[in-house]
Ligand binder design. Structure first.
Ligand SMILES: Nc1ncnc2c1ncn2[C@@H]1O[C@H](COP(=O)(O)OP(=O)(O)OP(=O)(O)O)[C@@H](O)[C@H]1O
Length: 423
């Protein structure tokens, strides 16, 4: 159980374990998990539908996997050009050959749509506080070390969103565990992917120069990466105007005002009139109000309202919950501060905070409403930070929920109320 959460009993202050009866030929749990990933029949046939650019990248990467001499690639393509489609085709082929293909992404949401996908931080045991010269927290003998040594392919999606030091840490650790200190990533075939037009690494209160410096493109490893470019937008095939508009924004060529702001065309905006119903109009334009639609998990997770602020997210969630039928269940958090003898931070104040990675103090839920997991509880069984679920029932401190995305879709799980958030 500890292993499934990326931890080890030896890291806890307990008496030494007597290992004399342990067999040495035990196959590490990580290798068993990776080799038991089932290939989805739909994924197995994706390679037949690749477009020309995807096909070129697919063939080149697979040839490197077959030669076993290693290669480092960066799949570079604007949103919608089919990067994930390509990864899924690659993973299905490599898994289908009985080889190990380790799938990771910087965010949990992107990881959860790849079979066996885990966040890169969790899979590579990357330290949370990272600096130049850092290394990953796995050893040659650990399960993680063994699975990475055995991997024929390693994938890291959204690498454009991570700090270069995290990729450099993986590079150093891979050179170490493979005993090939002169070869980048120890001579493994490793595929990074992403789009530098989308979200860049987060540097708290960082200047533009600091953010650029944290990006993978500023790493010495960047020059070792073979660029595979995807340009054809497969998502907006029927709306070439939107695809081109997005690209112009990403490339910084769309017209801006003096403050660098872009004026959105009215055709893609929901008008914000002077009344208070702007948010309702936005919700109405995205979600049909009929109960049948809200009961359908596929419908619910195929659309989303995004906001840059946690307090706005909480406001929108409260309005959305109202639209679901049935009884409401409310879970409350118990907030307190350690080492606060003078009670400078009373619970009433703590309850108003909306920190990242924690649900609101008052968590309102209804049956059928979508939720997202905020912790890596059991990544091997689909319970990752970013896993999307729908509520099926309530218990006192846990929520009966069904996974609705990825290879564990349909599985019933029981996360506690402090580990989830309405979606
Ligand atoms: N060769 C293809 N044939 C048919 N559909 C495709 C193909 N490639 C991609 N698609 C579809 O296009 C859409 C966008 O693809 P995908 O999500 O893989 O893009 P992406 O580059 O990963 O986007 P983002 O950067 O936004 O995550 C998906 O619905 C996918 O199924």
């Amino acid at each position: 159980m500890l292993h499934s959460m990326g931890k080890d009993i030896e890291s806890f202050p307990l008496p030494d374990i007597d290992k004399q009866h342990e067999t040495t030929d035990d196959i590490p749990r990580e290798i068993i998990e990776e080799t038991s990933i089932e290939v989805d029949p739909e994924d197995a046939s994706l390679h037949k539908n690749l477009n020309n650019e995807q096909r070129k990248a697919y063939d080149e990467i697979l040839a490197t996997v077959d030669r076993q001499r290693g290669g480092i690639f960066f799949v570079d393509g604007p949103g919608g050009t089919g990067k994930t489609f390509l990864y899924r085709a690659l993973l299905a082929t490599v898994h289908g050959q009985g080889k190990i293909a380790v799938a990771t992404a910087t965010s949990g949401v992107a990881a959860s749509i790849m079979p066996g996908g885990r966040t890169a931080h969790s899979r590579f045991k990357i330290p949370l506080k990272i600096d130049n010269g850092a290394i990953c927290r796995f050893t040659k003998q650990s399960g993680t070390g063994k699975v990475l040594q055995a991997a024929s392919l390693i994938l890291w999606d959204e690498a454009s969103m991570t700090k270069r030091q995290t990729v450099e840490a993986l590079d150093k650790s891979m050179r170490d565990i493979t005993d090939r200190p002169d070869l980048p990533f120890g001579g493994k075939t490793i595929v990074f992917g992403g789009d530098f037009r989308q979200v860049l690494p987060v540097v708290q209160k960082g200047t533009r120069a600091q953010i650029v410096d944290a990006s993978l493109r500023r790493s010495e490893l960047w020059n070792c990466m073979r660029q595979l470019k995807l340009v054809r937008n497969m998502r907006a095939q029927n709306n070439s105007w939107f695809a081109e508009y997005l690209l112009r924004i990403g490339n910084g060529t769309e017209e801006t005002n003096d403050d660098g702001e872009i004026l959105l065309p009215t055709s893609i905006c929901v008008p914000n009139k002077t009344d208070d119903n702007g948010l309702d109009r936005l919700i109405n334009s995205i979600y049909q109000t009929g109960n049948a639609s809200l009961k359908d998990p596929k419908y619910i997770i195929s659309r989303a309202i995004l906001s840059t602020r946690n307090d706005c997210v909480d406001k929108i969630n409260l309005k959305m919950i109202d639209r679901f039928q049935g009884e409401e269940m409310v879970y409350h958090s118990f907030d307190s501060v350690e080492d606060d003898p003078h009670n400078y931070y009373p619970p009433e104040f703590l309850n108003t905070l909306t920190p990242n990675g924690l649900p609101p103090h008052m968590l309102k839920l209804k049956i059928n409403c979508p939720i997202i997991l905020l912790r890596n509880i059991d990544p091997a069984n689909g319970l990752c930070n970013g896993t999307r679920l729908v509520v099926r029932g309530f218990q006192k401190n846990t929520i009966d929920a069904e996974i609705v995305v990825g290879q564990h879709s349909g599985m019933r799980v029981f996360p506690t109320s402090d580990t989830i958030m309405p979606l």
